[in-house]
Design a protein around this ligand. Structure first.
Ligand SMILES: *Cc1c(COP(=O)(O)O)cnc(C)c1O
Length: 235
């Protein structure tokens, strides 16, 4: 993708988010754009950064570490880990990211808490929730969310920021909003239980369902294809 095309697609993604917010009756800037750069080269991330984008999401730890090393001069870039996290990879994740969106087990939470370097502020985390039942293997079940949230809220080196979901594609586009509404309701319940936690984030909405997610209150939409184009490698 050339520089010119990236500037067009990033501008289009920003307009798309702005009009989804307006359509939902929400103020401009009420949701932010996370640029999902998995499988894309560091040079493209650098271009997006030059165009003003700061938040980037990566799914594969080693790939992310390689790109971070190449982009070490961009000191205010914000790295989000959004992929499945194995317990033998938590040390790197705890040291190299500002956010983890895919936390779904207490064991991983404890490791991240213990391994977050003292020199860094607490790690922002979202709990990944399985809002699609059997259709998805990742994410904590809605019924188990309160217990996980309670455990995470007690860990001083983690900041419990909110919830994340990747719903199974809806057969009927009119049904796209349902799992997002479920995630919003789950966040509302957690906010009542944990008034002390900064539960301000609903990480939901991707290139195919951004509007439905914003209509249900998304505060951080994760766009890959819409910004960087189709991925060659499957994920
Ligand atoms: C790949 C990915 C995205 C971006 O998906 P697009 O459909 O390309 O916008 C968002 N969130 C997660 C967790 C992903 O793995």
């Amino acid at each position: 993708m050339t520089d010119l095309v990236l500037s067009d697609s990033l501008a289009a993604a920003r307009r798309r988010l702005a009009s989804a917010l307006a359509e939902a009756g929400r103020p401009p800037g009420d949701a932010a754009l996370l640029a999902v750069s998995k499988t894309k080269p560091a040079a493209l991330i650098r271009e997006a950064y030059r165009l003003g984008q700061r938040d980037f999401g990566e799914n594969y730890l080693q790939e992310a570490l390689d790109k971070q090393a190449e982009l070490a001069d961009l000191d205010d870039i914000v790295w989000h880990f959004i992929g499945p996290l194995q317990s033998n990879k938590t040390r790197e994740a705890a040291g190299r990211f500002a956010w983890i969106h895919s936390l779904d087990r207490e064991k991983i939470a404890r490791r991240l808490n213990a391994q977050r370097p003292d020199a860094l502020p607490p790690l922002n985390v979202c709990l990944q929730v399985n809002v699609s039942g059997e259709a998805s293997k990742s994410g904590v079940a809605v019924a188990e969310l309160p217990a996980l949230a309670e455990a995470v809220a007690a860990l001083p080196r983690l900041r419990l920021r909110g919830l994340m979901a990747i719903p199974a594609p809806a057969a009927d586009p009119r049904e796209q909003g349902r799992p997002f509404a479920r995630l919003r309701e789950a966040l509302e319940i957690l906010r009542e239980r944990h008034p002390e936690a900064p539960l301000d984030t609903l990480s939901m909405g991707m290139s195919g369902d951004l509007e439905a997610a914003v209509a249900e209150g998304a505060t951080l939409v994760r766009l890959g294809t819409a910004i960087f184009g189709a991925r060659r490698r499957p994920d």
